[in-house]
Design a protein around this ligand. Structure first.
Ligand code: ZN
Length: 512
């Protein structure tokens, strides 16, 4: 006899439909599995046969053939155990195959027939919905996560035996579907706020501009000047997380096994701050079976690189491609894996190894030492930081002062500026000023005569490269958007130019 069971495989963060076919026939007894299988999938046959036996089912001594299709995609992971077991039992006449048509089955099996949780449930249920399926049988522990997918009937199972009973008696199936009270959780529930930062007007303003246009930002300044404090609060002024975006980000966490079972959606935008000893692979993702790295876990939020010059050169350099493409591709013999890398990068560094330059009353570094320290940041990387800003030590008055505007007030301005960008760039596939290509810059960053004269002056004084020129225009566009101005005015340009002063001061001019 022959049977078919639908399930979902995962590649990168996306699920794709897999069909498990089982054929049980007379012939030399045996168990064969085909279909471009990774070693852990091939090992499923031992788990499946033992779990079936220990669940009290007796298989006749027959020839069992399992095929997982499509054949051109490599199957990985242990979530195929349960669908394979069901396919075998259906082909053996133990399960009524009529119940299998419109559902997805996923789960790992223990030798005693227990159903164990799998990673990436959210990717599985979203792919099932896309494939037109209406019901998913999932490990009990994955039910809450599966319920995120709208309109999908989710049934949790603890044991293989329980699933067989359900399939043979559909009226007994207990099902849950996502309720309307789903997104009750406050989506801007951060335990920190911009109002906690005293003074630092320039730092605050630069951060707001950076977030409004998704520009990468570099903070330079001595320890204790508030660099980390500002970076940590970036997510609090980013636009409120929509459900769709939250699902996309949560998928990444699900695949890494980082979503708590009882609260399967993120409640806030990610802020990832890996230590500077991190390996390039941990930062970008990888491994034998590739997993997302820190840059993907920061997707939709902030990747903060504190003490930037202390990072391995290689770690920093590997970020260049994802910074431009907003995704990361990991190549393997078996194909390539795409992970999202839609992040805002913020970095912080001391101006020298002691941290006090240019305060010569405290800094003991020689000019050459300062230069060597600064030069650990390669120019191509520096080139990708759209905004660099100096965090100066707090004055006495600033320390005494009360905080500035709250995150929610700043967020409203950011959201407005984001809407302007989205509308202007509609249909181009990009959403932020920082992602604009040459043609967009030509269309949307036109300058008047006075503005051109101003930039020409700046050029002759600051020796700015062509790339630097474009960055100034993009940042100026964002500043104009924050103000609701259709045109880029001189004051917008002047502010954008100001965010390049650090480069001139510390790196000695433009890089091109
Ligand atoms: Zn120093």
């Amino acid at each position: 006899m022959f049977s078919k069971v639908h399930t979902v495989g995962i590649r990168g963060v996306e699920g794709y439909p897999i069909l498990v076919e089982a054929d049980v026939s007379d012939g030399l007894p045996g168990f064969t599995m085909v279909g471009y299988l990774a070693s852990e999938v091939r090992e499923a046959q031992d788990r499946v046969r033992t779990a079936i036996r220990n669940s009290g089912f007796k298989l006749a001594a027959k020839k069992v053939t399992i095929n997982l299709s499509p054949a051109d995609i490599r199957k990985e992971g242990t979530a195929f155990d349960l669908p394979i077991a069901v396919a075998v039992l259906a082909a053996s006449g133990i399960i009524d195959p009529s119940a299998l048509r419109s559902c997805i089955i996923s789960g790992e099996l223990g030798l005693d027939g227990e159903v164990k949780p799998v990673r990436g449930t959210l990717s599985i249920t979203e792919a099932a919905k896309k494939d037109g399926k209406t019901r998913c049988f999932l490990p009990e522990e994955n039910v809450e996560e599966g319920l995120i997918t709208e309109g999908m009937a989710i049934t949790g199972v603890n044991r293989l035996r329980q699933l067989v009973d359900y399939l043979n008696c559909p009226s007994s199936i207990r099902t849950a579907v996502r309720g309307n009270d789903f997104m009750t959780e406050e989506q801007n529930s951060y335990d920190m706020d911009f109002s906690e930062i005293n003074g630092q007007l320039l730092l605050r303003r630069a951060t707001e501009v950076a977030v409004a246009g998704m520009h990468n930002i570099l903070y330079i300044g001595p320890a204790g000047a508030g660099k980390t404090m500002a970076a940590q609060r970036i997510p609090t002024i980013m636009p409120t997380l929509s459900l769709e975006e939250n699902i996309e980000i949560s998928k990444i966490y699900s695949i890494c096994g980082l979503l708590p079972a009882d609260r399967p959606l993120l409640s806030r935008r990610p802020f990832r701050s890996p230590h500077h000893t991190i390996t390039p692979q941990a930062l970008t993702g990888g491994g034998r079976i590739p997993r997302p790295g820190e840059i993907s876990l920061a997707s939709g939020g902030v990747l903060f690189l504190d003490e930037l010059p202390e990072f391995q050169k290689r770690s920093i350099e590997v970020l260049r491609q994802p910074m431009e493409e907003r995704k990361i591709t990991i190549s393997r013999i078996h194909g390539s894996y795409d992970y999202p890398a839609n992040v805002m990068i913020s970095a912080a560094m001391n101006p020298c190894s002691c941290g006090y330059y240019p305060d010569r009353s405290k800094c003991r570094c020689t000019q050459q030492q300062v230069k060597n320290y600064i030069n650990r940041i390669s120019k191509p990387l520096l080139d990708r930081m759209d905004i660099s800003v100096e965090a100066s030590p707090l004055t006495y008055e600033e320390m005494q002062g009360t905080g500035g505007e709250s995150s929610s007030v700043i967020r409203q301005r950011v959201e407005k500026a984001r809407i302007i960008q989205r509308d202007r760039l509609e249909g181009s596939g990009i959403y932020f000023n920082s992602s604009m290509k040459q043609t967009h810059i030509a269309d949307f960053c036109k300058l008047g005569t006075a503005e051109k004269v101003f930039l020409k002056q700046v050029f002759s004084q600051m020796d700015i490269s062509a790339r630097g020129y474009n960055k100034i225009l993009k940042v100026a566009r964002t500043i104009a958007d924050l103000e609701g101005s259709l045109t880029i005015e001189k004051e917008h340009l002047a502010e954008a130019v100001g965010y390049r002063n650090m480069e001139t001061k510390y790196w000695g001019g433009s890089n091109g």
